[in-house]
Structures are given as C-alpha cells and as structure tokens.
Write a new protein. Structure first.
Length: 206
C-alpha cells in the first residue's frame, strides 16, 4: 500500500450529502476482485449518460479530471459495505476524501486501501468547496503528519485521526503489511511447532 504523508493536489467539490456506495461504484461493476480498472466507472451514473460524459459533472471538467482530493457533505459512503467503493476512488486517483462524517464501514475500508478520510465540520467543508471551485490554482494540501489541511490562502485547519490508523497510513501498512512486519516471529513459531510435532507431514505450499 502506498504511504500517505503529504498531498498537495487539485480538490474536486462535490457538495452532496448521503453519497452512497452504489453512487460511488454501481453494483453491476462488482464482478471483479481486482483493485484496478474501476476508476473509469467511478460515479458512473453521475458521469455518463448513454455512454457519453455528462459535461456538467465535476470529474468530467478540467482541472478536476486530475483531482486527488474530494470534498463532500455528510454521510459520505453510506449504503452497502462494498470495498469496491474505495478501490474505485483510488483507481481514479483520489487519495483523500474530506466530509463532515462518513459511513463507518466505508471509513474503515478507506484506511485499509491507503485513502485518508478527513472529518471536518460542515461549515469548514463548505469553505473548502468554495476554494476548490476556483479551479486548478486553488490546490489544497493535506499534511497527515501534522494533521492539517492547508487552504490556498495559507490557513491551516486541524483534524483528528486515530493514532494507530495514522501510523498505518504514514507507513503504507494494510492488513497484509502489518502481518509481514511479524514475519520473523511467525517463522520462528512455525519452526518450533514443526520441531515439537515432527511426526506431522510437511506442509506443501503451491
């Protein structure tokens, strides 16, 4: 998983509440278990009409086609608990979502996939949305180590994050990465068990 440290990028304004996971990635695209290739279908029903781009949708306009930050309203990621939703965001290029609050399962899935969800009050989100609407010159900075969002005017806005989840993102550790950090201890335990139970047949790894 790619570490998240400091991100300075174009932010896309999406002033909509209750954006559910079916809006983020419709159910018909859930046939794959790959984490790549889903970005083209991100917000599919909002981005396309009859296979053509809707020019009014924010991610179909410059500079937001290259956005790495998304700013929305309350209850982002509600609905079904599909991990494909953060997969689609990440594959599009979104590394950070800022909103007043998130659905719990979506919030948890973001951390497992290297996306930083930042909770900020609605009034602050609206300020950031106004900044984002200025276009490519209004880039935001998200500094995870310092736990601040920096507006184009230089104002710093602090945010809270669980210390352990912060550690995981800064170091690019997903569930597998955390396990691999203990590889030596796991190997030692396995070796000790094999010595204790030498009568067991060896395990064959395909």
């Amino acid at each position: 998983m790619q570490p998240f440290t400091t991100l300075t990028a174009v932010a896309a304004p999406l002033p909509v509440a209750n954006v559910d996971t079916d809006k983020i990635i419709p159910a018909r695209f859930l046939k794959t278990i790959k984490r790549t290739g889903l970005g083209v279908h991100l917000f599919d029903t909002l981005r396309y009409r009859d296979g053509e781009e809707r020019p009014e949708f924010v991610l179909n306009r410059e500079p937001y086609r290259h956005a790495e930050i998304l700013i929305a309203h309350e209850n982002f990621g509600c609905g079904s608990s599909r991990e494909h939703a953060p997969w689609a965001l990440l594959d599009f290029g979104i590394r950070c979502v800022i909103a007043p609050d998130f659905a719990d399962i979506f919030h948890n899935n973001c951390f497992k996939n290297g996306i930083l969800p930042v909770r900020l009050p609605r009034a602050v989100c609206d300020q950031l949305i106004e900044d984002a609407q200025l276009g490519g010159n209004a880039r935001l900075t998200v500094d995870l180590a310092r736990q601040v969002v920096v507006r184009p005017n230089g104002e710093e806005i602090g945010f809270d994050i669980d210390p352990f989840r912060k550690h995981l993102l800064l170091n690019g550790l997903d569930d597998i990465g955390q396990t691999l950090q203990r590889a030596e201890r796991i190997d030692a335990w396995e070796a000790a068990k094999r010595a204790e139970q030498s009568w067991l047949p060896p395990v064959k790894v395909a």
